[in-house]
Design a protein around this ligand. Structure first.
Ligand code: GLV
Length: 430
C-alpha cells in the first residue's frame, strides 16, 4: 500500500510553525521577504514530477551539496546520456485491456517490495538535509521499498537502525583494510541489515570538477563563499544546528587514524583499494554470509565473473556517470547483460532513472529491480522525509499508469513486448 503523507500545505505549515518558534515572528517575516526558500514556500508549489523536486532542492540546499548530487565526472557525457538514452526507447500503447486490480508489487533478492525501486547508496545524504539518511530510510520503509545506507553517510549504521523499524541494506566500498571492513560488516549485522551492496566501480575516483571548485567537505568549511551561500539557506542551517550528525558517522571514530574529521579526505584517498581484483571481490563476498549485491557492472565479461562468485544480484551501473566519463549509459548495456547472465543472477539497473516510465522500460528490458539516487535526494533536499515520500509517490504513479496504458496490470507480467526500441539502440561498437 502506498502510505498517506502530509500534504504540501501541512508540510509548509509545520515548517512555518517551526520557524516562528525557532526565530520569532519578526525574523520569520524578514526570512519570508528575503530568502528564496521562503518565496517558494509562499508559492506552495504543486509537485507533479521529479524535476519539480529538483528545482526546490537547488533553491533550499547549499550549492556544494546540490552540486555534489547533480554532477558527473569530467565532461559529464555519461551522466547526461544515462538520462537521455531512456528517451530513445518508446512505449507501445495498447487499448481495451482490463486495467482493474493493478499491482506494482514484486521482489528484489527475495524481499517483497511495493515496486521494483530501491533507494541507492548516496554519500553525504545527511548534508542535503539534517539527519537525511534517517529521513530517507523512514520514507522508504513506510513506502515498502529498500533503503541502502552508504558507508560515506552522515548518520551512522546505528543511527539509522535506532530510528527505523525494518532492516535496510548497507553499502560498502572495496577497502584495503580488512579489520575496518570486518568491523563495518559486524556493525551492519548487529543493525540487522538484510543485504550488503558492494560497490565495485570505485577503486579510484573519477574527477568531478564542481566538487573541487566548491571545496566540498562535511561539515562544510566556512569560507566567505560558503557562508554567503549558506545564509540564504536558513531552514537548512537551522535544522543542521539542531542535529549532532554533521560528520561521516560510519568512519569518524571507527577507522584507524580518523579521530577528527579533518583527516577524512586523506583516509578516503588511502582507504580504497587500487589493487582490487576478482579474488579480492570473492573474499569480500565471503565476509558476509547473507545476501550480497555487486554494484557497478557495465560489461558482459564482468557480469559473468560476478555471477561466478555467487552474488545474489548485480547492479548494471556506471555510478551515475560519476566515474568513467565516456562509458555507455546503463540502460544501453542492460539487455546484453541480462541475456548473458539473467538466468544465473538477478540483474538490477541504476543510473539515469528519473521517472516511473524509466523504471518500466528497465523492467521491460529484464531488470528485476532499479535504483534511484538523485531522484530521492532531490525530494530530500526539497522537503525532507515528505519529499522522499513524494519522489516515491511520483515514480509509483508514473509506473502504475504507464504500465496500464501499455496493457499490463501486473509488473511481473511486463516484458520486452511493451517496448519500441530503435534497432541500433545498443549501438555497434568496434
Ligand atoms: C561516492 O561513491 C560518490 O560517487 O561520490
Amino acid at each position: 500500500m502506498v502510505p498517506a503523507t502530509p500534504t504540501l500545505l501541512e508540510n509548509d505549515l509545520q515548517l512555518e510553525l517551526h520557524f516562528d518558534l525557532a526565530i520569532g515572528p519578526f525574523r520569520a517575516n524578514w526570512f519570508i521577504k528575503h530568502t528564496n526558500y521562503a518565496r517558494s514556500e509562499i508559492e506552495m508549489p504543486v509537485i507533479t514530477n521529479i524535476y519539480d523536486l529538483k528545482r526546490l532542492h537547488k533553491r533550499r540546499t547549499p550549492k556544494m551539496f546540490y552540486d555534489y548530487c547533480e554532477s558527473g565526472s569530467w565532461t559529464e557525457q555519461t551522466f547526461r546520456e544515462n538520462v537521455t538514452d531512456f528517451d530513445k526507447i518508446r512505449l507501445r500503447q495498447r487499448i481495451a485491456v482490463n486495467m482493474e486490480g493493478r499491482s506494482t508489487a514484486t521482489q528484489m533478492i527475495g524481499q517483497d517490495v511495493a515496486m521494483p525501486v530501491a533507494l541507492a547508496p548516496v554519500g553525504l545524504t545527511g548534508m542535503q538535509r539534517a539527519d537525511g539518511e534517517i529521513k530517507a530510510a523512514r520514507a522508504a520503509e513506510k513506502f515498502g521499498v529498500p533503503f541502502t545506507l552508504s558507508t560515506m553517510s552522515i548518520c551512522s549504521i546505528e543511527d539509522v537502525a535506532e530510528n527505523t523499524e525494518k532492516p535496510f541494506w548497507f553499502q560498502v566500498y572495496t577497502l584495503k583494510d580488512d579489520d575496518f571492513m570486518r568491523r563495518l560488516l559486524d556493525r551492519a549485522k548487529d543493525a540487522n541489515c538484510s543485504a550488503i551492496v558492494i560497490t565495485v566501480d570505485l577503486q579510484i575516483m573519477g574527477q568531478r570538477h564542481k566538487d573541487l571548485k566548491n571545496g566540498l567537505s562535511a561539515p562544510p568549511k566556512l569560507t566567505p563563499k560558503s557562508i554567503a551561500d549558506m545564509v540564504t539557506k536558513v531552514a537548512w542551517g537551522l535544522e543542521m544546528l539542531g542535529t549532532k550528525r554533521r560528520f561521516f558517522g560510519n568512519i569518524v571514530g571507527h577507522a584507524k587514524g580518523v579521530t577528527d574529521p579533518s583527516s577524512l579526505s586523506s583516509w578516503t584517498a588511502e582507504a580504497f583499494d587500487p589493487a582490487l581484483d576478482w579474488d579480492r571481490i570473492a573474499t569480500l563476498r565471503r565476509m558476509w554470509d547473507g545476501k550480497v549485491i555487486l554494484k557497478g557492472i557495465l560489461d558482459v565479461e564482468d557480469a559473468k565473473r560476478a555471477a561466478e562468485i555467487g552474488a545474489d544480484a548485480i547492479v548494471v551501473s556506471n555510478h551515475g556517470g560519476r566515474q568513467l566519463d565516456g562509458a555507455l549509459s546503463s540502460i544501453r548495456m542492460l539487455e546484453q547483460i541480462v541475456e548473458a547472465v539473467g538466468d544465473k543472477v538477478e540483474v538490477h539497473l541504476d543510473s539515469g532513472i528519473r521517472s516511473g516510465q524509466d523504471v518500466l522500460k528497465a523492467v521491460a528490458m529484464g531488470a528485476k529491480g532499479t535504483y534511484i539516487g538523485r531522484a530521492f535526494v532531490h525530494g530530500l533536499g526539497a522537503m525532507g522525509e515528505a519529499g522522499v515520500t513524494k519522489a516515491l509517490e511520483v515514480i509509483h504513479k508514473e509506473l502504475d499508469v504507464s504500465m496500464a496504458l501499455c496493457g499490463r496490470r501486473d509488473i511481473k507480467e511486463v516484458d520486452r513486448d511493451i517496448l519500441l526500441v530503435p534497432e541500433d539502440f545498443a549501438g555497434r561498437w568496434a
